[in-house]
Design a protein around this ligand. Structure first.
Ligand SMILES: [Mg+2]
Length: 292
């Protein structure tokens, strides 16, 4: 397909190859100046597993190491054990999940607010954490920067953690915008709560970024690569203007058998249990090689 051998790999599933071939063909024809990328962070740009070991998400980073007290770790773990199976349950609708996710995020954020962490604490926790960017992420970021392709990272995680992970393991470039939940600090540099509206896994179609002029400014970039690992991620680029070609790439990391059919319906390309960005990078490489 499109002369991209990675698309024929055993762990890459495509429900409609003709559609995918055409979209990629159009993206190659239009070149880098027409492209923008919108990506989720946890389990999309970051790994689900690293050499078989499960890695931390943004929120899980806070439970590792010795910075936060035991009561935080116990309560955060209990919340996740209760709510994560609900988030991933393919038998529930998104409408059914939304109020439950709001409840989870609210409790998790209130819990963290009790700990009064500092910016330095965040940096130290990230440096000692098992959060890992996918293999190939540095190349991906550097190529997008070198070719001026905007990258919107849209996450229901914690912005402060994402920024530190990227700075620590790759480079945070000026073409990258991270929209997420950011910590608020008092004059003494202690965390007191969160800024702005909450972003949870199922409201990525609304809120600050869609109300801002971010997508308006990019209206000449009619081609969008969207990358996610949750069904809520499919709506991250709903605010994009004048989209002509959208390629939705989904990473399916857990409950593969139960979710594959649904993911193949929703995502153009589904990548199973992979620790790399090889497929995305192969497509990007083709677009950058075009003569536009
Ligand atoms: Mg995710």
């Amino acid at each position: 397909m499109n002369d991209i051998p990675e698309l024929s790999l055993q762990n890459v599933r495509i429900a409609n190859p003709e559609h995918v071939t055409e979209v990629i063909q159009n993206m190659i024809r239009d070149g880098q100046n027409k492209l923008q990328v919108v990506a989720d962070f946890d389990r999309t740009l970051s790994k689900y597993t690293h050499r078989g070991q499960i890695c931390s998400t943004c929120h899980n980073v806070l439970e590792e190491g010795h910075v936060l007290p035991e009561f935080y770790k116990d309560e955060a773990r209990a919340l996740r054990d209760h709510y994560f199976p609900i988030e991933m349950n393919p038998k529930l609708t998104i409408e059914e999940k939304i109020p439950v996710m709001v409840e989870w995020w609210t409790k998790a954020h209130d819990l963290l607010s009790k700990c009064h962490i500092t910016k330095d604490d965040v940096r130290i926790m990230v440096e000692n954490s098992t959060a890992r960017l996918r293999d190939g992420c540095t190349w991906f970021f550097d190529q997008l920067q070198a070719t001026d392709i905007p990258l919107l990272i849209f996450s229901a995680g914690i912005g402060d953690v994402i920024i530190e992970v990227i700075k620590h393991q790759a480079t945070l470039h000026d073409n990258m915008k991270v929209v997420s939940n950011y910590l608020e600090y008092d004059d003494q540099g202690k965390m007191t709560g969160f800024q702005d509206e909450m972003i949870h896994v199922y409201n990525k179609n609304e809120g600050a970024i869609h109300d801002s002029d971010y997508f308006q400014k990019l209206e000449h970039r009619n081609n969008v690569i969207l990358m996610g690992d949750s069904l809520g991620d499919l709506h991250m680029a709903d605010g994009a203007v004048g989209v002509q070609n959208k390629l939705k790439i989904g990473f399916l990391n857990v409950k593969v058998e139960e979710s594959l059919e649904l993911y193949m319906k929703k995502y153009d390309i589904v990548i199973l249990e992979d620790e790399t960005l090889n497929v995305v990078n192969a497509i990007l490489r083709k677009v950058l090689q075009s003569k536009q």
